[in-house]
Design a protein around this ligand. Sequence first.
Ligand code: PEP
Ligand code: MG
Length: 755
Amino acid sequence: MLTSGTTSVSRRLLGRLRDVMAGAGTAQERLDKVVTLIAADMVAEVCSCYVMRAGEVLELFSTEGLKSESVHQTRLRVSEGLVGDIAAHARPLALADAQAHPRFAYRPETGEEIFHSLMGVPIIRGSRVLGVLVVQNRTMRHYTEEEVETLETVAMVLAELVASGDLVNRSELVPVDGNAVLPLRLEGVRLNAGVGLGVAVLHRPRITVRRLVAEDPDIEIDRLNRALAAIKTELEELFSRPEMRDGEHRDVLETYRMFTEDKGWLNRIGEAVRTGLTAEAAVQKVHDDTRARMATITDNYLRERLHDFEDLANRLLQHLSGDDEDGPRGELPEAAILVARNIGPMELFDYDPKQLRGLVLEEGSTTSHVAIVARALDIPVVGRVKDVLDMIEPFDPVICDGDNGQVFIRPPDDIRESFIEAMSQRQQRLAIYARLRDLPAETRDGIRIGIFMNAGLLLDLQHLHESGADGIGLYRTELPFMARSALPNVDAQTMLYRKILDQAEGKPVVFRTLDVGGDKVLPYWNPSDEDNPALGWRSIRITLDRPAVMRQQLRALLRAAAGRELSVMFPMIAEVAELVHAREILDIEIAREKQVGGVPPSRVRVGTMLEVPALAFQLDALLPLVDFVSIGSNDLTQFLFAVDRGNPRIAERYDPLSPSMIRFMRHVADKCREYNVHLSVCGEMAGRPLDAMTLIGVGIRSLSVAAPAIGPVKTMVRSLDVEVLKPYLHSLLDSRDHSLRPKLRSFAIDHGVLL
Ligand code: PEP
Ligand code: MG
């Protein structure tokens, strides 16, 4: 049967190729043997291998059947002749009458005029064309699809030889512009915002352990201990750096330090040594076991934590095999985009952060330790880019677009230029926003708007002063909880909240109590299986049902504030009774602190999120009980329209700038004014200039937005005339439109409001 016969031919050929490739001789000699083998096996009179040289030139490197003097002489440009065409389009050609093809280019030095048929395939590695492999026959042979496939498989094996750097200098394999190198755009997810341009540096692949069997286990244990000690010294050095003073990335490395002392892990390595393995083989074995465990764990958070062990194992292997010299440190290009399957938080510090313009990962999640560290270092990160390592080569130009969760590999000039342009515009805008920093957020008709910042990590605090925000309108306390492996105790929480207040330097900070559940799962709390987690046991529902957690958090907040003002906000309150209940717990804690002689806050302000619509119908009962209200427009949109905010199919179906939502906002704004209760909006909506303009139009005077939105929102505020907007907006509220966005945008344009 043809198919199985063909397969067995290619398998036999592959076996022989493997022997030749692994055998003795220079790379050129091995290549010569390979082409002879292919010609014989495929019953072709000619087999030639062209290799891509610097400058997009394909050079004949080896041939069986063409004139030998043409080797290293015959050169074709990409696109020139049939060989050039195969390279240019990275696709095979099989022609019974090659000379009749319009692209045929005759090279007299080769003597190929007597060969009529030609089959050629690109030699590809990743998505880069490294050369072309060709067979030719005198007769007008019709090559079959199976034969094309066989040749493609052979070319894949050959790609390893070409890419090894033994045939042509590796530096020549650096890509150049042109269509032999296919540009790619890959989708991932945003793990840290920002855009970086640079060349690819592939994170060092795993170290291969060569010495497996030990002579003396005691010597191996000793080596292991020395390697561990060296890592601890490195960690100490890291901890002493100024950027490590505090922040969640410090917590991350603290956790990592704990791993170096993890008894279970060390014992398992010790046991493996005692079975006769070398220290490195033992580490490798335990490491492989861990990886196998990782594969069966579906919980992202736990997988991330196990990944830290993997990082540690890699580092140990590095020390044990003594091969620091090929480490990345010395060779990092000026602007590097680091590409890795995954990378540990400590490994990231092996690369000079000043030269790192971006990080691209095949794995990773927002709670990955490396993502937290990268955020601290302000490095854009795109994660979950499938198979990126197979598609990229060292020194490939890369754009890491963290803002949009995408990566461009070998981007064409136009894309590259538009990114450079966008980055420069962004720089200019940032410069304008920086100049705005000390100017008041006041409308043209003199209305002062409070612009606050949303934060969730200690490291966000640096933006508070840079941006000139009035304070922190929403501090999401759950995020630091997610960077740890266990619920932090009261002391740890107190320290964290104290640091936040210290760094806020007197600007107000609104701490929202733990808002977990739904999509925010803490690993140390078993998530229950719910059909509708967004409507499930989450947020205040959990902390009212588990008051010990709430009490500990409130205690820590009270202690951290000691003598300063404290603002506490409860999330997802759906009815006044819940707020009353939460407040009682707070009062118990205030009384308890008094009893034990703690220094109380100078004032405790209590507020609620308004994100469940039902609460809006109890404002007369609610408002006398609170100092402030903050509308969480993200959850509110979800509940008001009954639309899952995490479901991309419908998440955008309804617009917050719809008449119903704007009426809702106006109702709450009117009521809060009546009761003299401070009102703000802290969902994403508040950070979009047009939406923020509308909120101001219905009477909202405080917005809490992500740090990058502060400049744009302030720019809008300073160009707005509220008294002109108000009547127009009110005239739209009876509209039947799906969205008022187009009309409001036209208003902004007509009235010079800067969006
Ligand atoms: C909201 O729901 O609008 C909000 C600010 O809270 P989170 O996005 O954290 O749920
Ligand atoms: Mg919410």
